[in-house]
Design a protein around this ligand. Structure first.
Ligand SMILES: *[C@@H]1O[C@H](CO)[C@@H](O)[C@H](O)[C@H]1NC(C)=O
Ligand SMILES: *[C@@H]1O[C@H](CO)[C@@H](O)[C@H](O)[C@H]1NC(C)=O
Ligand SMILES: *[C@@H]1O[C@H](CO)[C@@H](O)[C@H](O)[C@H]1NC(C)=O
Ligand SMILES: *[C@@H]1O[C@H](CO)[C@@H](O)[C@H](O)[C@H]1NC(C)=O
Ligand SMILES: *[C@@H]1O[C@H](CO)[C@@H](O)[C@H](O)[C@H]1NC(C)=O
Ligand SMILES: *[C@@H]1O[C@H](CO)[C@@H](O)[C@H](O)[C@H]1NC(C)=O
Ligand SMILES: *[C@@H]1O[C@H](CO)[C@@H](O)[C@H](O)[C@H]1NC(C)=O
Ligand SMILES: *[C@@H]1O[C@H](CO)[C@@H](O)[C@H](O)[C@H]1NC(C)=O
Ligand SMILES: CC(=O)N[C@H]1CO[C@H](CO)[C@@H](O)[C@@H]1O
Length: 894
């Protein structure tokens, strides 16, 4: 609090908007068709603002002591931007706890900005919001243009007419954002993910825009195509729709002229569309354009992502008159997405006519809703590099940029509303804490759905929208959502909820299961027949892993916090889920870890063991779902809970907050491989997995089982054939019963023509008996284990000597890459070798794309690994560590 007041007195930033070279403020928008984001704001707590807001919303008021913040940002984001709070500090240990419950966050906050406009007669001005948390009063030049009755909800986007209030010269926008309660308001809560931000996400988390038009304005285009699958002929019909509004008090004749461009930039078609609009009339302009030899958009693993664009202007008269408005440049793709609920009531998606098995993970926004497009791009690169094809957004729909990135990168997006809180406060739902919906809530739900559907509609990356999460919307809410989606020409699947608890008649069964696990289960769990095991569609599930490596832990945990990790395995931890949740401690995880890998002897030993357990866990989940992609009850999809965290966290992530990949990441990367061989822990057998689309091929698989001394237990070679999008069990693994303590199983997959290329190589550590699950005692978040696998023999393994040699650095397009050859010089396997590339100052290079990591080498085996990263880094080193290896640091390429 002291820091807070100190900043208040010290700051005297005046945001005066954009200036031209001659010092005169430049108009934010100056001619019809212009739309501009209000570029920044002055921010202050309402408790520190004197006088009435109407007066304060007139140009010239003094806001010199206010904070200067970006175009979009919650209150906490703004305070961090102004260094009232420092991210490194509040994310450290439990420092954020002291922010919770402060009175300043219980009061409204004011965002204010002056903008220059030069109105002309017959021009119209509008203010566009895209959601303000939790609700807001909006003033313009002294007038209240929208009250908090109307401007409600994080997704409530509205357009307000400013025309009568605009002055020539300086104008002022002032927004009072009200504090947020997740149970009462349609906001973006974190439920049990992490501690809540002190402001509950209050404020202008999205941009506010001003637009200038002639008499007629147009909305962004919605795009509909009749494409369903390749081979339909050489023409696709594309229908483009936009809402035209006549703001004038007289009728007008207008003409819309649009151009569609091919991915390469050549023109694919054009439209001229004339219409007469009566005074105040709204009209949906709908035009069809044939596109010859269409270029089809594919998810990243199946092909390219060609994107077409459409943009239009609207002119008065028959097209020769004045420009009235311009639509935003809209990218779209030609592709088709559908879903069915199969005979088992499981949802199965198709993309371009092919069954599309979802291998995905749950995305989280930043805790303070900060959005950095570059960061999201890095996250999406990791998604692709891990072999995932989908992200699920649960109630965190983010900004249009996220969908554009997904379109360009070929990642599918399953969006939807948030679980629990206000969003699921339907009268029938006795499980939800949220305030029950009343009559005034449905218009907010409608505005939210309209706005988000309009934003998402044209994006080829959209796989579907889930109108409920843990629970399904009641009938009134279902109708509200469905009407809004229809109005926005929604063309993708709409799913009632992410669970099978029930469904509204209008939508039918969701076909998605939410039966856990969320906490630790052993790898063989996934090969079972219950709950989250590999059948049907798991909408959010995983073994709850994602432990960061030491380098990251030291950034956010104190020495005491780190000691607690292994010395007090059952204690609640601030960097786990929130303190009211079942996932506040690591009790279940730690019991499994200590029993299977042996009691840790230090924090380093604890983290090293965690990495092995995490790797096993994510690999098994994705392998089991892949193995059963065409089983008699197919595994149609799996969303790992979760992809990333809102802040530095200990679990539910595949890489950490600092974008450092760890065991959970590399287990996923193996488990999702396009062509793969996997071990079925339950059936003691080998599966051949194929996620690719093309024709059949011959393959050779090798199976090797050795003990901890490197002695052979079993070996075999299998020749087989493979077909697209399917998996089959090819051979039992013999010798599991001959394991005395721990054995290593290596599976390799080669092209049948010869040894190279190696398509997949996969090493397991196995104990004579797998873990024994008590499936009758499963609950919503895990299945208990009665007897654990025993890997404690790993602690007494003879040390291995591994000789690394690093090759030349290659630089291409701002990226650098190098190869590293690992060579095991010993007679014993070298177990779970981690490579960590460091900058010259000793800090970890992140993000980094390793071809694989945490590898286990056979005696005398050689293996090449590749690393790729962005930027100009010199004098890097690579640190090598492993289960039975002394840590060594190798000088990297210059
Ligand atoms: C945030 O929302 C929770 C309900 O989910 C509420 O208990 C808490 O008081 C809210 N915080 C603020 C600052 O209003
Ligand atoms: C699928 O769901 C419907 C509706 O609840 C139910 O009637 C039917 O029995 C279910 N089928 C199966 C195979 O579970
Ligand atoms: C849980 O966290 C809240 C908010 O930080 C705090 O007020 C409360 O005392 C905590 N409860 C427990 C049991 O630690
Ligand atoms: C899955 O496809 C493979 C062909 O690659 C086939 O051998 C196997 O029988 C199929 N599985 C089922 C259950 O149909
Ligand atoms: C596992 O093996 C059993 C017995 O051989 C067989 O009935 C079952 O179908 C196998 N399971 C799978 C998933 O292939
Ligand atoms: C998977 O199928 C594709 C197309 O059938 C083929 O090109 C590829 O070789 C197959 N992969 C495996 C592992 O057999
Ligand atoms: C686990 O394995 C170790 C080494 O092989 C052995 O000494 C120990 O008794 C085993 N523990 C249990 C509970 O079986
Ligand atoms: C790299 O190391 C060499 C000495 O080995 C030194 O001369 C050079 O300045 C270093 N480069 C950078 C960028 O640190
Ligand atoms: C593939 C291979 O055998 N690599 C080396 C393993 O280590 C021994 C030394 O112990 C070397 O002689 C091998 O070349």
């Amino acid at each position: 609090m002291r820091a807070f007041i100190h900043r208040l007195c010290a700051l005297s930033v005046v945001l005066a908007g954009v200036h031209t070279a001659n010092g005169k403020p430049e108009a934010l928008v100056s001619s019809p068709g212009d739309t501009a984001v209000i570029p920044g704001w002055s921010l202050q707590s309402a408790t520190r603002v004197d006088g009435d807001l109407s007066a304060l919303s007139k140009p010239g008021a003094q806001t010199g002591t206010w904070y200067s913040v970006s175009s979009r940002g919650t209150v906490m984001a703004g305070l961090i931007q102004n260094e009232v709070y420092k991210e490194d500090d509040i994310f450290y240990s439990n420092h954020m706890e002291k922010l919770a419950g402060q009175a300043i966050f219980k009061a409204p906050w004011i965002y204010r900005q002056e903008i220059t406009l030069h109105p002309k007669s017959e021009n119209y001005f509008a203010l566009k919001t895209h959601g303000i948390t939790s609700k807001a009063d909006i003033y313009f030049n002294g007038a209240l243009i929208a009250s908090s009755e109307e401007q409600q909800g994080s997704y409530g986007g509205h357009t307000y007419d400013l025309t009568d209030h605009v002055k020539d010269g300086i104008n002022c926008v002032l927004i009072r954002a009200y504090p947020t309660n997740y149970l009462r308001d349609f906001a973006m809560g974190f439920v049990d993910w992490n501690p809540y931000p002190a402001d509950n996400g209050t404020g202008l988390w999205r941009n506010v825009e001003v637009s200038q038009t002639g008499a007629v304005s147009m909305s962004p285009f919605r795009v509909i195509t009749d494409f369903t699958k390749p081979g339909m002929g050489d023409t696709v019909s594309v229908t483009l729709r936009t809402k035209l509004v006549n703001h004038a008090a007289t009728s007008v004749q207008v003409t819309m002229k649009a151009r569609i461009h091919c991915p390469g930039g050549t023109e694919a078609g054009s439209i001229t569309y004339g219409v007469k609009l009566e005074a105040g009339e709204q009209n949906i302009a709908s035009v069809r354009v044939p596109i010859q030899n269409p270029q089809i958009w594919w998810p990243v693993s199946w092909g390219l992502q060609p994107l077409y664009t459409v943009q239009a202007g609207i002119f008065t008269g028959n097209g020769e008159g004045e420009l009235s408005d311009i639509s935003p440049l809209q990218e779209f793709g030609i592709r088709h997405v559908s879903s069915t609920v199969n005979q088992y009531n499981d949802t199965a998606f198709s993309v371009n006519g092919h069954p599309f098995q979802v291998l995905g993970a749950g995305y989280s926004s930043d805790m303070f809703m900060r959005f950095d497009e570059k960061r999201v791009e890095k996250i999406f690169r990791y998604v692709i590099h891990m072999g995932l094809n989908t992200v699920r957004l649960e109630g965190k729909q983010e900004h249009p940029e996220l969908y554009t990135l997904a379109d360009r990168m070929g990642i599918m997006v399953l969006a939807g509303w948030e679980c629990c809180d206000k969003w699921e406060g339907w009268d029938y739902n006795s499980d939800a804490d949220g305030v029950k919906w009343g009559e005034t809530d449905y218009p907010i739900a409608r505005a939210s759905m309209l706005h988000e559907a309009e934003m998402m509609q044209a994006h080829p990356s959209m796989l579907g929208f889930l109108v409920g999460s843990d629970y399904w919307p009641n009938d009134h809410a279902t109708t509200t959502y469905m009407d809004a989606l229809k109005k926005m020409d929604w063309r993708n699947p709409v799913i009632a909820s992410a669970s099978m608890r029930g469904f509204p008649e209008a939508l039918g069964p969701s076909g998605m299961k939410m039966d856990g696990p969320y906490d630790w289960v052993p790898p063989n769990y996934w090969y079972g027949e219950d709950e989250g095991a590999a059948f049907g569609f798991g909408s959010e599930l995983g073994a709850g892993v994602g432990t960061p490596e030491m380098g990251s832990l030291k950034k956010f945990l104190s020495q005491n916090d780190m000691d607690q990790l292994w010395k007090e395995p059952n204690i609640g931890l601030y960097h786990m889920s929130s303190n009211v949740s079942s996932f506040y401690n690591r009790e279940i995880y730690n019991e499994g870890l200590f029993s299977r890998y042996g009691k840790p002897t230090s924090v380093d030993d604890y983290i090293a063991k965690c990495q092995m357990a995490d790797y096993e866990a994510t690999r098994a989940q994705f392998e089991a779902y892949s193995a059963r992609q065409n089983a008699s009850r197919p595994a149609t999809g799996s969303i790992y809970w979760m992809l990333n965290s809102a802040w530095p966290n200990m679990h539910w992530q595949l890489f950490d907050h600092y974008l450092s990949p760890m065991g959970a990441y590399f287990g996923t990367q193996v488990g999702t491989r396009e062509e793969h061989v996997a071990y079925d822990y339950e059936n003691e057998s080998v599966w051949l997995i194929n996620h690719s689309l093309e024709t059949e091929g011959d393959r050779e698989i090798t199976i090797d089982l050795i003990d901890t001394n490197g002695k052979k237990i079993y070996g075999d070679k299998v020749k087989t054939r493979t077909s697209p999008l399917s998996s089959k069990e090819v051979r039992d693994v013999s010798g599991i019963d001959k394991i005395t303590d721990v054995a290593f199983l290596r599976l390799t997959l080669y092209d049948a023509k010869g040894k190279e290329p190696l398509l997949s190589r996969n090493v397991y550590w196995l104990s004579p008996k797998p873990d024994v699950l008590d499936r009758s005692k499963s609950n919503w978040y895990y299945t208990p284990v009665t007897t654990y696998a025993n890997f404690s023999r790993l602690e007494q393994m003879a040390p291995a000597t591994v000789n690394p040699s690093i090759g030349e650095v290659k630089a291409v397009n701002g990226w650098k890459s190098f190869e590293i050859l690992l060579e095991n010089q010993s007679k014993v396997p070298a177990v779970f070798i981690r490579l960590n590339a460091l900058k010259s100052d000793g800090t970890e290079i992140t993000p980094i794309l390793w071809s694989e990591n945490y590898v286990t080498l056979w005696p005398k085996e050689k293996l090449y690994l590749k690393a790729r990263f962005e930027g100009e880094l010199h004098n890097i080193t690579v640190e090598l560590s492993g289960r039975n290896l002394n840590k060594q640091v190798v000088k990297g390429p210059k």
